[in-house]
Design a protein around this ligand. Structure first.
Ligand code: PHE
Length: 339
């Protein structure tokens, strides 16, 4: 037994550990329940009584040597691996993961930015509207078929309360409360009872604009929208107007821009016409001004309205409107913007 203990002692003295794992193996070999030292203690009962004292001291000495070795090697390993053990420098400042804005927000902000540069201010209003602000004030006579142009989600009947079908309702509210000059744009969410497809949704977003002052003419409208189109789609953008109909404007028009994908040469986005429609507009009908307590003999105005989804699809070449509402990170992460 004595020889065995001395042999172990040699082994302990010579041992060195490069890793925590080696050190742990060493500890287990000697100190675990089935290790060498408990085995020596187990043999102790076979030792002759006169040798017991010496053997006891030897085994305890060995145990102490093992324990001291472990403490010493652990200190050594700690000091050499401390700084690189985690692989991270915990003192570095945090690099916060930045989110991206939704593409509709980016384009909405850009549209607001373009119009604010020429003096338009943003106005907002409720998404749940009464009949007066969504229809009647805007020159939709009762039972006029034009009310069917915008498939309305009604909430209550008599008096009619509905989800607004356009943000023209906000402009009615502005006109009711302010006298000209008025220059305002109203961005916001609107609702129409339409089947959801790649090109239509029952919830979408608009920016509508209104300008009321003395001597406002169609030329002012054209020039403002020309400026807008070039700011949004680039300086080579051209525009054209086609006659149209809205109850609240007279004359009314739809505006096309030269296709920003093919530059007007013709492609599948513009259906080989070179033009894409982006908004409706016109001169505010004098009835609308009167309905909102503005003197229509003194003032005139123009208005326009556009869908943000449609413009975003053109700008970023997105071919399915439903992507805007699905919140798929793979889609959203592609949009980065300062705005
Ligand atoms: N309000 C119209 C719509 O939602 C758009 C529009 C606004 C047209 C202003 C002309 C003038 O379709």
């Amino acid at each position: 037994m004595k020889e065995k203990i001395n042999q172990y002692l040699e082994e302990v003295k010579a041992f060195n550990a490069e890793t925590y794992d080696q050190l742990e193996q060493f500890r287990l070999k000697f100190l675990s329940k089935k290790g060498l030292i408990p085995a020596l203690f187990a043999d102790f009962k076979n030792v002759a009584p006169e040798e017991r004292k010496e053997m006891g001291q030897l085994i305890n000495g060995l145990k102490k040597a093992v324990q001291e070795k472990i403490v010493a090697l652990k200190e050594k390993l700690d000091s050499t691996t401390e700084t690189k053990s985690s692989g991270y420098d915990l003192t570095l400042p945090v690099e916060a993961p930045l989110g991206t804005r939704h593409p509709l927000s980016i384009v909405r902000n850009e549209i607001i930015d373009i119009f604010s540069r020429i003096g338009f201010v943003v106005s907002e209003g409720p998404e749940i509207e009464d009949d007066f602000h969504n229809f009647t004030a805007l020159n939709f006579p009762p039972d006029h078929p034009a009310r069917d142009m915008q498939d309305t989600f009604f909430i209550e009947k008599d008096p009619d309360i509905a989800l607004r079908t356009h943000t023209s309702s906000v402009q009615v509210r502005v006109m009711e409360n302010t006298q000209p000059p008025i220059r305002t744009i109203s961005p916001g969410r609107v609702f129409r009872n339409e089947a959801i497809s790649a090109r239509a949704h029952c919830i979408f977003h608009q920016v509508e604009g209104l300008y009321v002052d003395t001597d406002v003419s169609f030329a002012d409208l054209k020039q403002t929208l020309f400026y807008f189109a070039r700011e949004l789609f680039g300086e080579h953008t051209r525009i054209r107007f086609r006659p149209s109909y809205f109850p609240f404007t007279e004359p009314s028009a739809e505006m096309d821009v030269s296709c920003n994908i093919c530059g007007g040469k013709g492609c599948n986005v513009c259906k080989y016409t070179g033009w894409v429609e982006i908004l409706g507009c016109g001169m505010v009908d004098p009835n609308v001004l009167s309905n909102c307590n503005i003197d229509s003999t003194k003032y005139s105005g123009y208005a326009f309205g556009m869908g943000i989804e449609r413009i975003t699809m053109l700008k970023y070449r997105i071919n399915d409107l439903r992507l805007f509402f699905e919140n798929d990170m793979r889609f959203l992460k592609q949009f980065e913007s300062a705005l």
